[in-house]
Design a protein around this ligand. Structure first.
Ligand code: ATP
Length: 267
């Protein structure tokens, strides 16, 4: 019950179209993970699919989205867990939690277990790590290694990390498939902005959108999301500043100045 309440995400459908750019990563994920979940009979013997997929790269670049997409596309149950919540949230209950997680994952197959900050679970620290934390990590490895031993098991572990260099050899061995999830390029940023503005009334033309993309080099997808949300409040701010009670049809479109202001606020 604890597992169901805390970490079983309601299946929200995510398709590849929801994820801008990352075409190489998408193709690799489809081939290595989604297709084997859909057609297990094709992936026997030396074609056995990896049980662990590691996504690494800067924060906010779509790693969680990819995890959700795998689950949606394969019709799998999706567990979204942050490693730090396992070691801190359920004080004294961590090991039980880990066992329960894998038990539910087995019952609900096919399953995608997505673990953010996987580095903090897999790397045994030698310095003053608490005994309880160490036991949780050990239990996690025991469960992980026990899962997927039968070819019937359709459980895939997707780990995400911003610090792949901290994974030791033993951790890396559990993730035979590793994919770099980079920051979006200009075209990727453009797609993200265009998608976010699609449902809004705005007056930005192509030249304006080009300028927004020029000025957001180094932004992650999550940063672009924040920027657009900030800009989208521009028209509302105008109303509030003028203390005018606007009717719905008087809200002006989001314009380029809103983006210029948002750029001063974000990052
Ligand atoms: P973290 O490492 O910080 O957990 P993450 O890589 O898992 O980050 P997500 O949680 O997948 O990042 O992305 C955060 C939000 O940023 C998404 O909900 C989405 O709105 C936006 N986003 C990030 N990357 C993309 C992308 N490639 N296409 C569309 N939206 C994106």
């Amino acid at each position: 019950e604890m597992v169901e309440n805390e970490i079983l995400t309601a299946t929200q459908t995510v398709t590849w179209d929801d994820i801008a750019g990352l075409s190489q990563a998408k193709r690799a994920v489809h081939m290595a993970v989604i297709y084997p979940l859909l057609r297990p009979e094709l992936f026997q013997g030396i074609r056995a699919p990896p049980k662990g997929l590691l996504l690494f790269g800067p924060p906010g670049t779509g790693k969680t989205l990819i995890g959700k997409c795998i689950a949606s596309q394969a019709g799998a149950t999706f567990f979204n867990i942050s490693a730090s919540s396992l070691t801190s949230k359920w004080i004294g209950e961590g090991e039980k939690m880990v066992r329960a997680l894998f038990a539910v994952a087995r019952v609900r197959q096919p399953t995608v277990i997505f673990i953010d900050e996987i580095d903090s679970l897999l790397t045994q620290r030698t310095d003053g790590e608490q005994e309880a934390t160490r036991r949780i990590k050990t239990e996690f490895l025991v469960q992980l290694d026990g899962c997927g031993t039968s070819s019937e098991d359709r459980i895939i572990l997707v780990g995400a990390t911003n610090r792949p260099q901290e994974l030791d050899e033993a951790a890396r061995r559990r993730f035979p498939k590793r994919l770099y999830v980079p920051l979006p390029d200009r075209a990727g940023r453009r797609t993200i902005v265009t998608n976010l503005l699609r449902s809004q009334v705005h007056s930005l033309d192509d030249a304006n959108l080009d300028l927004v993309c020029d000025r957001t080099a180094g932004f992650s997808g999550a940063d672009m999301d924040t920027l657009c949300r900030e800009a989208a409040f521009g028209p509302i701010r105008s109303i509030c500043d003028n203390i005018i009670e606007a009717r719905e049809d008087e809200v002006r479109p989001i314009n380029f100045e809103d983006f210029e202001y948002a750029l001063t606020q974000v990052r």
